[in-house]
Design a protein around this ligand. Sequence first.
Ligand code: IPE
Ligand code: IPE
Ligand code: MG
Length: 253
Amino acid sequence: MQPTSANIPNHVAIIMDGNGRWAKQRGLPRIEGHRRGVETVRTIIDAARDLGIRYLTLYAFSAENWQRPPDEVSALMGLLEYFLRRETKVLVKNRVRLHVIGRSEELPAGPRKELQHAIAATRHFTDWNLVLALNYGSRTELADAARAYAAAVAAGREQLGETTWTSFSRYLYTAALPDPDLLIRTSGETRLSNFLLIQCAYAEMIFSPVLWPDFAKADLAAAVEEYQRRERRFGLTGEQLKSGVNPRAAATP
Ligand code: IPE
Ligand code: IPE
Ligand code: MG
């Protein structure tokens, strides 16, 4: 079944999980799963655009993933560099703007340079947005935001007594992005693993059993369709929503 074109989630965030298990099931090294996972990334970027999803965020490397075996970490960094080098012209052709969230300045020089190049080459586009979460962790993001906010208070650019979610959230990595409407995690795991904890306050969550290398356009469409069957209440009652009260107007100040 295809989702209806009305009520497409504006922002879909995906925890791409299961590459290692996909490889293990086939007796292959974990890196083969990551290689196949990169092909899925290309498919899903196109699929999201076809469905009308304007923001797609992909959790590609967590702040905790540095603790994996060094050869896996360096293979992942190599794949990131390869993906960016190959994909930048496709993003330009399709008018997709690339963003990054996470401490990308700590990435190795190779992928970091490709990333800077891709971000610069796509910065004028507005309609479609691809956000890569790289060296990302929500707790680090909050600590970084708190430090930047405190510095702004000390410099007189913010007033401590007037702190609101709106003023503080401008210091998050996601300041320029809308909150996710739909969060998908593949591979059957039902945890957030330090991903967009604050931004997903009201996101709908869908946990798919499919391993990331096998995740197809039809799986994304099915998740969107399930999203469309849900009632997002944002703290209001179902009756209020039916009578036309706008829930977003009641969101956190
Ligand atoms: C997700 O797949 C990719 C990254 C975390 C980089 P995993 O590598 O976590 O795959 P599993 O969970 O071991 O199957
Ligand atoms: C989360 O997956 C990180 C990414 C998908 C990049 P993990 O596989 O690292 O998460 P845990 O360890 O199972 O929680
Ligand atoms: Mg995993």
